[in-house]
Design a protein around this ligand. Structure first.
Ligand SMILES: Cc1cc2nc3c(=O)[nH]c(=O)nc-3n(C[C@H](O)[C@H](O)[C@H](O)COP(=O)(O)OP(=O)(O)OC[C@H]3O[C@@H](n4cnc5c(N)ncnc54)[C@H](O)[C@@H]3O)c2cc1C
Length: 318
């Protein structure tokens, strides 16, 4: 082994300590790796009071899952630091993560699980109801508003699919279609065949008491009564801090934009960097990102296992 190359302090740094990152950290910790989780503490679902569709954690508050996950990972020696990664640079046999406060953390491998921001439509009354009566996904929140008057606020062609989906949870669905322009008459007829109402006027505001929703006001002043609205923001991945590594990217469908490219285990185009969760797949819910995080953590450990043998052989042991 080249004795001039220092061994980094950590076997793995996991950037992002929510569902995906904690799952990766749990795998790495149980593999007896020295693991640091660096987390800025703002999971995507922090706007919702409860999580749904998460086996074993049905109805659990999002913050409770993070608390449990941290406790479980800590049992295996995983350490935690609060902060936001600002940049990552190469070391001879590893990577250096520098946080916004300027602290440097060196590791042999990196798992990125930093999630996304939902860039929401700029409509008065919308953002403050996000996660309560303005919802992103019927699998997560459809049951709670089932049989209510449900709106679907189109932001991209994917809304046509969303309107069909939401119809499964209620017979009273209104598609606010202004963002789509003229609809394909065949598809419009298909939606109407199951009673989906289509309102083409631009939406001006969402109205109601506190975080509850009462109505959607459209251009011309008409108010359409709804109990909840489903919509989609533009997903913005938290991956700018990786820029110096020049990782390969892939364009996702439905105008979701450019995301890090990964293999089925979450490995990026860099041999020491994995990415998992919403940062690479904005469509994934909590159980999906837990699975992806577990894959990435195991794959990072697999890489370290092989490197341990490589280093032993380089050192002439065997
Ligand atoms: C309103 C709402 C409600 C939802 N409800 C449900 C539900 O009921 N059921 C369900 O299954 N899914 C739900 N989801 C989806 C769920 O939020 C995501 O699937 C899940 O949070 C993705 O987990 P993640 O670990 O990939 O990212 P996140 O949970 O977003 O965690 C990313 C973590 O990385 C941190 N971070 C970001 N950048 C940096 C950086 N540079 N350095 C350090 N740390 C950083 C963040 O602060 C955060 O703690 C909901 C989403 C929304 C928007």
């Amino acid at each position: 082994m080249n004795s001039e190359i220092a061994t980094p302090e950590w076997d793995a740094i996991v950037v992002g300590g929510s569902a995906a990152g904690l799952s990766a950290a749990l795998m790495l910790g149980r593999a007896r790796r020295r693991v640091l989780v660096l987390d800025a503490g703002s999971p995507r679902n922090r706007f919702a009071e409860h999580m749904h569709g998460v086996l074993g954690n049905e109805g659990t508050p999002p913050s409770e899952l993070v608390r449990k996950g941290r406790d479980e990972a800590a049992q295996y020696g995983v350490r935690f630091a609060e902060g936001r990664a600002d940049s990552v640079e190469e070391l001879p046999r590893g990577l250096r993560v520098v946080d916004e406060a300027g602290a440097a953390h060196d590791a042999r491998s990196l798992v990125v699980a930093t999630g996304i921001d939902d860039e929401l439509p700029e409509i008065p009354g919308l953002a403050e109801r996000w996660g309560e009566s303005v919802l992103h996904c019927p699998y997560c929140h459809g049951w709670e508003v089932a049989d209510g008057r449900l709106g679907v606020l189109a932001t991209s062609p994917a809304a046509l699919h969303q309107a069909s989906m939401v119809r499964q949870w209620s017979e009273r669905v209104v598609l606010f279609s202004a963002a789509l322009g003229d609809l394909d008459p065949a598809f419009e007829a298909r939606l109407r065949s199951r009673g989906v109402e289509i309102v083409p006027d631009p939406v001006e505001a969402l109205l109601g008491e506190d975080r509850a929703l009462r109505a959607v006001r459209v251009a011309g002043g008409r108010e359409i009564e709804v109990d909840a609205v489903f919509t989609a923001g533009v997903p913005r991945p938290h991956d700018g801090f990786l820029e110096r590594l020049g990782l390969d990217r892939a364009e996702l469908p439905f105008g979701m934009g450019s995301f890090l490219g990964v293999d089925p285990m979450g490995r990026t185009s860099h041999a020491r960097v994995w990415a998992a969760g919403n940062v690479v797949n904005p469509m994934a819910n909590v159980p999906m990102v837990i699975g992806a995080g577990a894959s990435a953590g195991a794959a990072a450990n697999g890489f370290l296992v092989e490197e341990d043998f490589d280093l032993a052989q380089e050192a002439g042991r065997g």
